[in-house]
Design a protein around this ligand. Structure first.
Ligand SMILES: Cc1cc2nc3c(=O)[nH]c(=O)nc-3n(C[C@H](O)[C@H](O)[C@H](O)COP(=O)(O)O)c2cc1C
Length: 399
């Protein structure tokens, strides 16, 4: 399925903030969503990032000067402003917010902001004192009262490493706000999505455990992507060194048994259950109550299987079930057999014997197998991109 932002004509106004470099990532994200992007930079912005960068990222000239050498260009810029679907000012400085709120039009970007009648989204980024300055807050209130959207900056470490409200928001948040502003229906609007992620741990004694190398990144990326597509998301996570996913309900578990109970409890009413966790398949059959002394020289750890979450839940849960499978090699035959045996609607296959795929890396390469026989390969990409594409694909199997 192609992006809903496809072919939208969006002007990105880049201002003179330390966060100007983050506008490069934003422009890339817009281009990936097949948006027609034109960048307009303020003179100050060019002190932070060169126009050449944006020209290369958009494959178009970058607008900087109000009065360019070509006298006709200024008039063409005004004509362009009239054909836009949206303007995204990112990062927006305190200066541009103040100018836009008071009809000041003393450079190209502020002039365009005075002309356009399409939706406008400001994405401020600044020092926390600048943000809470009453003059900035007054400008924000004025702009909002006229229907302009101004995103609240994130809270966290700023360029000076001081902590406060003023950080440039995450790209996904900006993209979501843009879709909402343009009334683009979200793919998972009104849907409930349950995701499991990370490894589980099975105790050997009070201080040691059996586990695996799963980082949880794939499951966390799926939860964030589903949230960005409008879903209500619950994320059940085994022990992972990742922060909570904002906007998702988090449930933390340690063992496979605990994950099973959490899934049983949370699965009712869910439209889709995506089991991306790499649960331990075996556990020590009788974990020691005290730390096993080195001197005892154990040579064997008796194991027993952990509960099969997929099998247990299949009989009780009637929504769409998506499982993950980690394998070696490219033969999808065993995965297809597993899909049939487990009764899942889809199986996402990834490999542990391929570089930059599978566990504990930032990227993945997956195949989506469906119970109705379809097979789709998603080429290697970052886990957030793979997550978005997986969600775009599996929606067709939802009841
Ligand atoms: C190193 C440096 C970093 C700056 N970062 C910001 C910022 O993050 N946000 C902001 O509103 N202004 C920031 N400023 C101030 C703006 O660059 C200044 O107000 C400028 O006039 C803004 O022009 P513009 O709005 O036309 O881009 C910074 C200035 C400097 C020198």
């Amino acid at each position: 399925m192609s992006s809903c932002l496809k072919d939208k004509r969006i002007l990105v106004g880049v201002c003179g903030s330390i966060a100007a470099y983050k506008a490069c990532e934003l422009v890339r994200a817009l281009r990936k969503a097949e948006v027609e992007v034109t960048v307009a930079m303020t003179e100050s912005a060019t002190k932070f990032v060169g126009p050449t960068t944006f020209a290369a990222l958009t494959d178009r000239p970058v607008l900087v000067h109000q009065f360019p050498d070509d006298p006709g260009a200024g008039v063409r810029h005004v004509g362009k402003a009239e054909s836009l679907d949206a303007v995204l000012v990112a990062p927006a400085t305190a200066n541009i917010l103040g100018k836009a709120a008071h009809a000041i039009a003393d450079d190209l970007l502020s002039t365009l902001l005075n002309i356009v009648d399409c939706p406008v989204l400001f994405v401020p980024a600044m020092n926390f004192r600048m943000w809470r300055n009453p003059a900035t807050q007054d400008a924000v209130t004025r702009l909002r009262s006229w229907g302009r959207r101004v995103l609240e900056p994130d809270e966290g470490p700023l360029a000076t490493l001081q902590v406060g409200v003023g950080r440039f928001p995450e790209i996904d948040r900006i993209m979501t706000e843009l879709r909402v502003m343009l009334d683009i229906p979200q793919l998972y609007q009104g849907k409930h999505v349950l995701v499991t992620a990370g490894p589980t741990r099975e105790s050997l004694d009070p201080v040691r455990y059996l586990s695996n190398r799963s980082s949880g990144r794939m499951g966390y990326a799926l939860a964030a992507a589903a949230r960005d597509m409008g879903a209500e998301v619950t994320l059940i996570s085994g022990p992972a060194a990742l922060g909570p996913v904002p906007g998702c309900r988090m449930v933390h578990v340690t063992t496979t048994e605990e994950m099973l109970h959490a899934v049983e409890e949370a699965s009712q009413g869910q439209d889709v259950l995506i089991m991306a966790a790499a649960v331990a398949d075996f556990r020590p059959s009788s974990p020691a109550e005290d730390k096993i002394p080195r001197a005892s020289k154990p040579t064997v750890i008796p194991l027993e299987p952990t509960p099969d979450i997929l099998k247990t839940i299949r009989g009780k849960y009637t929504g769409t079930l998506v499982a993950f499978s980690l394998q070696a090699g490219s033969d999808l035959g065993p995965a297809r057999k597993k899909l049939e045996e487990k009764g899942a609607d889809c199986l996402i296959v990834n490999r542990y014997d391929e570089p930059d795929a599978g566990f504990d890396v930032e990227t993945n390469h997956v195949w989506i197998l469906s119970s109705s026989g379809e097979e789709v390969e998603l080429p290697p990409d970052s886990k957030p991109v793979i997550a978005r594409k997986v969600l775009e694909n599996i929606i067709q199997y939802m009841q």
